[in-house]
Design a binder for this molecule. Structure first.
Ligand SMILES: [Zn+2]
Length: 854
């Protein structure tokens, strides 16, 4: 296995002969504030046993330099022992002590120990992020989830800093101009779950206490931190409030006391993902600290993430998958628990299942229809495979399938199974069979065929109603037609909807049944009056694409917004979006539905989805001949709804942002400029910093913002966030020079952190500027392999995805993508997967355009 990769076979081999007793890790980051210093000192001493004395093995380590390697008192020559990714040692004893002293690099890509300098005050901040395998960028270790061990960290840092790790610190001692933090040993955990956060962070503290059944009390110190310059915006009370509700709830459901002592939550800069469940030291992207007004959907999303990470303390941290094939064992559960917990913990986010049905599942449907889709239990050969598996299948489809499992076995059997699973496998590692075992015990059901259908196959089924009626308008037969490559057992509810006296579409009947095979008759429906709407998968119990019979679809065109129930309406919106994506509903018809009914949509998260989807419909799925008109219609609709929205409401803000995204004509752009200048006002709409940047982006993309104006805005908001927005605005200008500069900033230099790579690719790739970007389609395909080889995977993924010429829907780019795929069968599988998926998005756009044209 070459370079930085690690295969499943190698990991199995290592685990078969080794057992790790503990790590002592010493890090010295006193150099961090000196930007000229590129490295920090890292010393690992690992104590481990070997069942085959005399065997050899290796530690994983990605470091610019290794200073010494000592095995059982014997010094090895680093020049021969270290190959750039592994420290090889031979002649193992039954009991071993191995010390590796290295210089490790501060990261700018969010992988390993990331270093960030705040432009506001010049302060330096550090944090680690490792999953799946970047702990080896910070200290030498056996980087695989099933070699768990207790870790004892010692960190020397500038005297004015605070330092956090998984365990609480035991002592802090002055050490010259620095301080040394000695942390308590952790419980046995996996390498990817270790963490260090260091810097002059702002901290809010609190405490959680709970009486346990045995009469003792569980005490959990809580803290939440962010950069000092974000402190004025930090609503720690809200964050810690959700935290305490979650701790109450998970203790009741899981019946296993939180095992990691204290609970810190750090909001950190330039974070590549949403959050990471490091035991006792969770890290979050700091965009969850809101500098400007955001809608309640953003607060709900943050609370969901808080609970998702907390669920991982049990699913993932206490009990961990053996290898990345079973990543779903933690991510599907945590994703499910995020929504389940929002309701169960009695947070104020009572529409969590609506959000799940509408947004989380959209991610799963999209991913599951790519040619690269895979079963929920995946085949993960190596670390590159693992990296790409943090996807819509592992998270959202897995969570959807667990929701179906709860409908199938009942929630009591499901949670009793979870309780047994924690007790049986605490601090250990598991595979699919271990979970099925407890669920079979508690449900009394054979789950092997269920698992085979849902976990070990891929693809999504569509469920289509077939309705026949008699002369009086009564149903003679209602059948469920199931299609898809694999037919599955589905527990579903069928909703029957009719108009009430007020004209609302309300449920008049609900039939729950098991669907199996290609055709299932809903026996209970026979003889009932034919309703206005037949809604399959009502209540969103299963994972499927919902189709409609023709009469229901006609009634939806006239009255989708009249469906009173929020979840039923969200499911319907999701279904018509799937019809559009599948080329079964013309894009302009979908846009018409949004223009007609989005103004009535009460759920703010659903409304924001509609905005994003309507924009995609016009940009990519509409006949190019209709695109300009579609864009005008969206902007006119946005302006109309903005003016009509309740002053100061979330809906008003959402429509203002949508206006900024769609503004093209003189009237809209004039209003945008007026809002920025203060010469135009919309009652109740506060034009705060983030909205200002949205408005500047509209002007920049239209060629109506000067460099001086954008620079002045940056000067007024000289922050990390301001820098990102400013970069995106520059890249969005409609000139060849702007595109060349954005392209070059990303391609010709390795200096940019991932946040600025994203800002450049987003600004570069504005669909309306497809003619300017067309020049870059051919160079894009030429560059792919070099980018993949030379860049870190986080950056490479953003370049490959962000610069893919998705807006080039003339057919020629699709041919270029196919030619690249045909000509590069040996390219890295993970790279091919990314290109295949973007290629599939492009092919889908062409099919949808053909539908819209016909
Ligand atoms: Zn997770």
């Amino acid at each position: 296995m070459p370079g930085k990769n690690l295969s499943r076979d190698e990991a199995q081999q290592r685990a078969s002969i080794l057992a790790v007793d503990g790590y002592q890790v010493r890090l010295d980051v006193t150099s961090a504030p000196d930007q000229a210093a590129g490295t920090f000192r890292s010393t690992t001493t690992v104590t481990f046993r070997c069942s085959r004395p005399g065997a050899d093995t290796f530690l994983d380590l990605l470091a610019p330099a290794v200073r010494s390697v000592t095995l059982n008192g014997r010094a090895l020559d680093p020049a021969t022992a270290y190959d750039g990714a592994r420290v090889h040692v031979d002649g193992l004893a039954a009991e071993n002590v191995l010390t590796v002293e290295a210089d490790c690099a501060y990261s700018r890509t969010g992988e390993g120990l990331h270093r960030f300098v705040d432009p506001v005050d010049g302060e330096t901040y550090l944090y680690t992020h490792y999953e799946p395998a970047d702990a080896r960028r910070v200290f030498a270790n056996f980087e695989q989830p099933d070699l768990k061990a207790p870790f004892t960290f010692t960190v020397t840092a500038p005297a004015a800093w605070d330092v956090w790790s998984n365990a609480p610190h035991e002592t802090v001692a002055a050490d010259g101009g620095a301080r040394t933090w000695e942390f308590a040993p952790t419980r046995p955990i996996s390498t990817y779950l270790t963490a260090v956060v260091a810097g002059p962070y702002h901290v809010a503290r609190d405490h959680y206490r709970r009486e346990l059944a045995d009469g003792t009390a569980l005490e959990i110190p809580l803290s939440a931190m962010c950069r000092r310059s974000l402190a004025p915006y930090f609503d720690a009370d809200e964050i810690l409030g959700v935290t305490k509700l979650g701790l109450d709830f998970f203790h009741e459901e899981f019946d296993y006391p939180y095992p990691f002592g204290k609970y810190d939550q750090a909001f950190v800069p330039e974070y590549n993902i949403g959050a990471m469940e490091n035991p006792g030291c969770v890290t979050f992207r700091e965009e969850y600290v809101f500098r400007s007004k955001v809608t309640d959907a953003a607060y709900e999303a943050r609370a969901n993430v808080i609970l998702h990470e907390m669920a991982h303390m049990w699913f993932g941290d206490l009990v961990t998958m053996r290898w990345w094939d079973d990543l779903w064992l933690k991510e599907s559960f945590a994703d499910f628990m995020g929504s389940y917990g929002l309701i169960g913990a009695r947070t104020r986010y009572s529409s969590a299942w609506v959000t799940f049905a509408n947004q989380r599942k959209a991610w799963a449907y999209r991913q599951d229809q790519f040619p690269t889709t895979h079963p929920i239990t995946a085949d993960i050969r190596d670390l590159e495979d693992a990296k790409l598996n943090f996807d819509g299948i592992t998270y959202a489809k897995g969570a959807s399938v667990l929701k179906q499992l709860v409908a199938y076995v009942g929630s009591e059997a499901f949670f009793e199974g979870a309780r047994r699973y924690f007790k049986r496998h605490a601090f250990g590692n598991t595979e699919l069979g271990d979970l099925l075992e407890v669920l079979e015990e508690t449900s009394g059901r054979d789950l092997k065929s269920w698992a085979a259908a849902w976990l070990q196959t891929s693809g999504v089924n569509a469920l289509t109603p077939q309705v026949t009626t008699d002369a009086e308008g009564r149903i003679t037969e209602l059948a469920v037609l199931q299609d898809g490559d694999v037919l599955r057992p589905h527990r579903i509810a069928v909703g029957l909807y009719d108009r009430d006296a007020d004209g609302a579409l309300v449920r008049t009947g609900r039939i729950e049944l098991d669907v199996t095979g290609a055709r299932t008759v809903v026996a209970e429906a026979a003889g009932l009056p034919r309703p206005a709407l037949v809604l399959f998968n009502d209540d969103d119990l299963t994972y499927c694409k919902i189709r409609f019979d023709e009469e229901s679809l006609e009634n939806l065109r006239a009255g989708l917004g009249d469906i009173r129930d929020e979840l039923a309406r969200a499911l319907t919106w999701s279904a018509v979006w799937n019809l559009t994506r599948d080329g079964l509903m013309p894009a302009r018809d979908y846009v018409a539905l949004v223009l007609r009914f989005a103004g009535q949509e009460g759920n703010i998260g659903v409304l924001q989805s509609l905005h994003a989807q309507a924009k995609t419909a016009v940009d990519l799925y509409a006949d190019p001949a209709w695109r300009a008109e579609g864009g005008r219609l969206l902007a006119d609709g946005a302006l109309r709804e903005l003016r009509g929205a309740v002053p100061g409401s979330d809906h008003q803000l959402a429509w203002a942002r949508f206006l900024a995204q769609t503004a093209g004509g003189a009237e809209h752009l004039g209003l945008v400029r007026g809002l920025l200048a203060g010469s135009a006002r919309i009652d109740g709409l506060e034009v705060d910093q983030d909205l200002r940047w949205s408005l500047w982006l509209a002007l920049a993309a239209a060629g109506q913002a000067t460099d001086e104006e954008l620079a002045a805005e940056l000067a007024a908001d000289n922050t990390a966030s301001g820098k990102r927005h400013h970069t995106q605005c520059l890249a969005a200008r409609p000139t060849a020079e702007a595109k060349a500069a954005a392209w070059s900033a990303v391609i010709d230099s390795d200096e940019l952190p991932s946040a600025l790579v994203e800002a450049n690719t987003a600004g570069f790739s504005i669909p309306a500027q497809r003619d300017l970007a067309a020049l870059y389609a051919a160079p894009y395909f030429k560059l792919l392999e070099r980018v993949w080889a030379e860049r870190s995977i986080e950056i490479a993924m953003r370049i490959v995805g962000g610069f893919f010429p998705i807006a080039q829907t003339d057919g020629q780019t699709l041919a270029e993508a196919d030619a690249w795929l045909a000509g590069h069968p040996q390219a890295a599988p993970a790279l091919r997967r990314l290109v295949l998926e973007r290629r599939d998005d492009l092919a889908r756009a062409l099919r949808a355009q053909a539908c819209d044209r016909s």
